[in-house]
Design a protein around this ligand. Structure first.
Ligand SMILES: [Zn+2]
Ligand SMILES: [Zn+2]
Length: 527
């Protein structure tokens, strides 16, 4: 039976270009989406640009343009990057989208009405000259730990200033001293949700990566603390509660609820019912969350907390695909230090399809991994040699004008069928690296079969055997197109074109038409 699958790719933040590290974290989402579609499942794969929050307003001030313009610039760039990398999102939206803002306000109001969002009085820093409350990261003070000047949220030395330290802080914008003043904020009552969240984590963590399990349990053990959901800002989603007109929603609440609002939007425009994907209905639904390790608790604890707080029988995310980091030449990607490549820069240099394959093969699944151009080139050449050449020497065998009518080799058939099962298991266990290695084994097997049969000798001595060999290889290529579709969709499409295959499915192809062979171009360019 078809499953209803939601895949939520983390929402990139609109204040700098995406680099290869981001891609390494997000690409698993596209593999899952394409794989489940091949299985015949009803997939909704969503993501969007995270447009709100202080880093964007600060940037806007510096560049003397509006926060909206900054967000829009990066939103366009992100959309372009994902299209070029062949991400198959069903909807890529943004938190500035009117539909999102309206729905997230409704969800917020419901959690408030259910008593999980409550009012508290804080003592916050207020600048009389600017006439406003000043956020921690917009405050300046001398770090009590290292003696250097620091922002109020965290010092470069790692020290996090206390409320007491911040009493001496000055306003970054105007340089005046600040004073504390009572400030009314709304908080998510995570302590009240602790037991429910614990039960949820306990039931699901066996399907998560180790980092997601460890990080979540660490926070649960310490005891969840209430978390502010409002802040004094003029850029973000309005608070739908009386008395909070001067505040906006904290960016994290707005972004994580985006998975749900994006599904709602997609369903509304496609005449589907979002509840079929997001409600507990005894069906075989599955929700995957794909993100980097810096975002784990937002997905494993806070999002489930918000969803439980809705008291609306919501199906909580099942599987956490949390990656570690990809480094660049053994260093962290850093735009300011000029380390690493943005995706747009990488696309000028590399082949999209083999880059996708390489980022998965070398993916930071269980530990940080490292990207070098040399390693990428090795992967590119390996795929070019093993897949490109196999297709070439089968379908462009000299003198061949059609795929010959032959019989499929039973051992090859058995091997390919086993590969479908094995690779499917790896993908469903979110072990994508193993899936790439298994594909390379399949390519090695196919090339060995070809070499052992020596079709160049069969061609002279036994035409029937030659036909069987080429036919077996052509059927193998047809099946390879299914199996590589989640990883290298453009190459898979090219192969389907060569062999006149209409449907893509996660299913063994036993026969192919003995069509005319023309316009067979090399699958890859040498890089
Ligand atoms: Zn000020
Ligand atoms: Zn310091």
């Amino acid at each position: 039976m078809n499953k209803k699958i939601v895949i939520g790719g983390a929402w990139p933040y609109a204040n700098s270009s995406l680099h290869l590290g981001h891609l390494a974290a997000l690409i698993s989402g596209d593999v899952l989406a394409r794989y489940h579609r091949l299985q015949g499942d009803d997939v909704i794969y969503v993501s969007g640009t995270d447009c709100h929050g202080t880093p964007i307003t600060e940037r806007a001030k510096k560049e003397k343009i509006s926060a909206k313009e900054i967000a829009e610039k990066y939103h366009k760039e992100f959309k372009d990057v994902f299209e070029k990398m062949n991400f198959s999102y069903d909807l890529y939206t943004k938190t500035e989208d009117e539909f999102h803002k309206e729905k997230v306000q409704e969800l917020f109001k419901r959690i408030y009405d259910n008593g999980y969002i409550v009012e508290k009085i804080d003592e916050d820093n207020y600048c009389t000259k600017c006439g406003k409350f000043v956020a921690d990261r917009e405050l300046k003070l001398i770090c009590p730990s290292c003696g250097n000047e620091t922002k109020g949220d965290q010092c470069d030395c790692g020290y996090v200033p206390t409320k007491e330290d911040l009493k001496q802080a000055i306003c970054n914008e105007c340089g005046s001293e600040t004073a504390t003043k009572e400030n009314k904020n709304l908080y998510l009552e995570l302590p009240k949700l602790q037991l429910d969240i614990e039960e949820y984590v306990g039931k699901n963590e066996c399907k998560w990566r180790k980092n997601a399990q460890n990080e979540s349990n660490k926070y649960l053990k310490e005891g969840l603390k209430e978390r502010a959901v409002t802040r004094n800002l003029d850029w973000g989603v309005d608070i739908p509660i009386n008395g909070f007109e001067d505040k906006k929603m904290y960016v994290w609440i707005d972004a994580v609820l985006g998975y749900l609002t994006a599904t709602m939007k997609y369903c509304e425009s496609n005449k589907l019912e979002w509840k079929d994907w997001w409600k507990e209905n005894g069906q075989n639904n599955k929700i995957y969350m794909v993100h980097g390790k810096d975002n784990i608790v937002f997905h494993t604890l806070i999002l489930p907390g918000l969803l439980i707080g809705l008291k609306d029988n919501i199906h909580l995310p099942d599987i956490m695909v949390s990656t570690e980091y990809l480094n660049f030449n053994e260093q962290k990607f850093s735009k300011s230090k000029g380390i690493g490549l943005t995706i747009l820069e990488a696309l000028d240099k590399f082949d999209t399809e083999t880059l996708r394959f390489h980022l998965i093969k070398n993916g930071p699944e269980t530990k940080d991994t490292n990207f070098t151009e040399e390693d990428y080139k090795m992967t590119h050449n390996e795929i070019t040699n093993k897949l490109g050449n196999f297709v070439n020497r089968t379908l462009k065998y000299k003198g061949l004008s059609t795929i010959p009518n032959g019989t499929m080799d039973v051992n090859v058939e058995k091997y390919i069928k086993e590969k479908y099962t094995e690779i499917s298991d790896y993908i469903e266990n979110i072990e994508f690296r193993k899936a790439t290695l298994s594909i390379i084994e399949l390519l090695d097997f196919a090339n060995k079969y070809y070499d052992d049969k020596k079709p160049w000798i069969q061609y002279k001595e036994n035409m029937k055997e030659f036909n069987n060999t080429i036919y077996t290889c052509a059927v193998t290529i047809a099946n390879i197109s299914n199996i590589i579709e989640p990883l290298m969709p453009k190459i898979a499409e090219k192969i389907r074109g060569y062999l006149a295959i209409k449907d893509k499915k996660w299913e063994y192809i036993g026969n192919i038409d003995c069509i005319e062979l023309n316009n067979i171009e090399p699958l890859f360019e040498r890089k």
